[in-house]
Ligand binder design. Structure first.
Ligand SMILES: Cc1cc2nc3c(=O)[nH]c(=O)nc-3n(C[C@H](O)[C@H](O)[C@H](O)COP(=O)(O)OP(=O)(O)OC[C@H]3O[C@@H](n4cnc5c(N)ncnc54)[C@H](O)[C@@H]3O)c2cc1C
Ligand code: FES
Length: 258
């Protein structure tokens, strides 16, 4: 169930290599499920200028929820919205709507978490609710991006595109010999998710994929986020963002930011 838009207060802004970890006190103090998301907007200077229309809020998975209702978001500044949010300092206001959508379902087999880049965010929230020795495989572009792995209380297996940390190559190459008896939980860029989907389909391994699509409202009203599944088109914001891989012909969703 979601709640109306409310004003949260930023309590911390920490740089984590190439990313920013932003903490926000949410007075609604909900316990979101891992894989659900929030629509976020800065309370001030959210738009091109004083006389311009404000930006639409942007979608973010929470990376961690604290007992007092504080939410942590891991941001990658890739455009105007994420750049503005990444600037917010303690004491500043942020509009919050959520939690929204359907998150990861309870594992039915041994969970194996596989993330790429900013896709580490919802996997951290999931990892917080699983036994701490649950294996995590993370792929990043470089060592600066891989610094985000430090927020997992465990040591994830790392892969980097440039070979600066961990395995040199794709995170999916770390996946192959760990699939027996596993259920895969994954979030990352569409090509990575599609590779995970295809590998799991071939090996008959169940997988839950947190997908991305361009989202304007976040609650089912605009149809901006529709993605094709084997059962027809769905609105990812209400029927996802986490989908069973078996529902998909492909995880290459239209309109995804990355
Ligand atoms: C359910 C859901 C959860 C999400 N969770 C997170 C999260 O936890 N953290 C997070 O940072 N983002 C997350 N995103 C993505 C985020 O909502 C989008 O990247 C958002 O549109 C960024 O807004 P912007 O105004 O900064 O950039 P936009 O104006 O939307 O995009 C600017 C340009 O950057 C491109 N772009 C987007 N992403 C990348 C990238 N990684 N690298 C290169 N170019 C890129 C876009 O295609 C576009 O051309 C999530 C999205 C969804 C749907
Ligand atoms: S984002 Fe508007 S319907 Fe999904």
């Amino acid at each position: 169930m979601s709640f109306g838009r409310r004003l949260g207060e930023v309590t911390a802004n920490e740089r984590l290599g190439a990313y920013v970890l932003l903490s926000v006190r949410d007075r609604a103090n909900r316990r979101p499920e891992p894989g659900q998301f929030y629509m976020l907007a800065a309370a001030e200077r959210w738009g091109a200028g004083a006389n311009e229309r404000p930006y639409l809020p942007r979608a973010f998975s929470h990376a961690r929820v604290h007992d007092d209702g504080t939410l942590d978001f891991l941001l990658e500044a890739v455009g105007p919205g994420t750049q503005r949010l990444a600037e917010l300092q303690p004491g500043e206001g942020m509009w919050i709507l959520g939690p929204l959508g359907i998150g990861f379902r309870t594992p039915t087999r041994t969970p194996l978490l596989v993330g790429g880049g900013i896709g580490a965010a919802p996997l951290l929230a999931l990892h917080d609710e699983l036994p701490q020795d649950t294996p995590v495989l993370l792929g990043f572009r470089s060592a600066a991006h891989a610094e985000a792995a430090a927020i997992f209380g465990t040591d994830p297996f790392l892969a980097t595109d440039d070979g600066s940390v961990g395995h040199s190559g794709l995170v999916t190459e770390l996946l192959m010999d760990r699939l027996d008896g596993a259920e895969v939980f994954s979030c990352g860029p569409p090509p990575m998710l599609e590779a995970v989907r295809a590998i799991c389909a071939e090996r008959d391994v169940p997988a839950q994929l947190a997908l991305e699509s361009g989202m304007a409202c976040g609650f089912g009203a605009c149809f901006g986020c529709v993605v094709p599944t084997r059962n027809g088109y769905i609105r990812l914001c209400v029927d996802g963002p986490v989908l069973e891989a078996s529902e998909l012909e492909t995880a290459l969703t239209p309109g995804a930011g990355h």
